[in-house]
Design a protein around this ligand. Structure first.
Ligand code: HEC
Length: 140
């Protein structure tokens, strides 16, 4: 799957489409789905299941920042604007019940977050989901 996605990206890169013109769903397919799978279910023990969870994370203190700083997001070969559109589509898609209250990311917010990419991702994620919910995430 990861290989297919990589091959597809290579194929499309050869035809030089402009990612700005692709829909967020298509960019998710090209840049994220190789690991996260089409439905966001991920891979047990390796890639977290985002279904029903992502909106919850987005609403935790520090969670919104965490989402913009995980390596898969921060390192994506997308512009800040395109990445913001992917997240603004993905989060309500994974957790429809938060769609009404979710405040979309701006390109500049995403740009700021992704430039502060997380290093100790698993530890930060664990802390985020269990304790210290009131504390801001550590910077690298
Ligand atoms: C190479 C595999 C891979 C790719 C590609 C990838 N991710 Fe991830 N993603 C992960 C893993 C693994 C995690 C869990 C945190 C960690 O260990 O980095 C994660 C975590 C996340 C999270 C936080 C969810 C949580 O429960 O912690 C979000 C949101 C996310 N990814 C979105 C994306 C988006 C959007 C893209 C595409 C732009 C993307 N990812 C590309 C592997 C990937």
């Amino acid at each position: 799957m990861a290989f297919c996605a990589t091959a597809l990206v290579g194929l499309l890169a050869a035809n030089a489409p402009d990612p700005e013109t692709l829909s967020p769903r298509t960019n998710y397919m090209l840049h994220c789905q190789g690991c996260h799978l089409a439905d966001g279910s991920g891979r047990k023990g390796k890639v977290p299941d985002m279904r029903g969870e992502l909106g919850r994370i987005a609403q935790l203190p520090g969670g919104r920042d965490y989402i913009g700083r995980v390596p898969g997001v921060a390192n994506a070969q997308l512009t800040d604007a395109q990445l913001a559109r992917v997240l603004n589509w993905l989060i309500p898609e994974m957790t429809p019940e938060i769609a009404a209250t979710f405040a979309p990311y701006s390109a500049s917010e995403v740009g700021h977050l992704r430039r502060n990419r997380l290093q100790e991702v698993r530890a930060v994620r664990q802390r985020l989901l269990t304790q210290d919910r009131g504390k801001p995430l550590q910077t690298q």
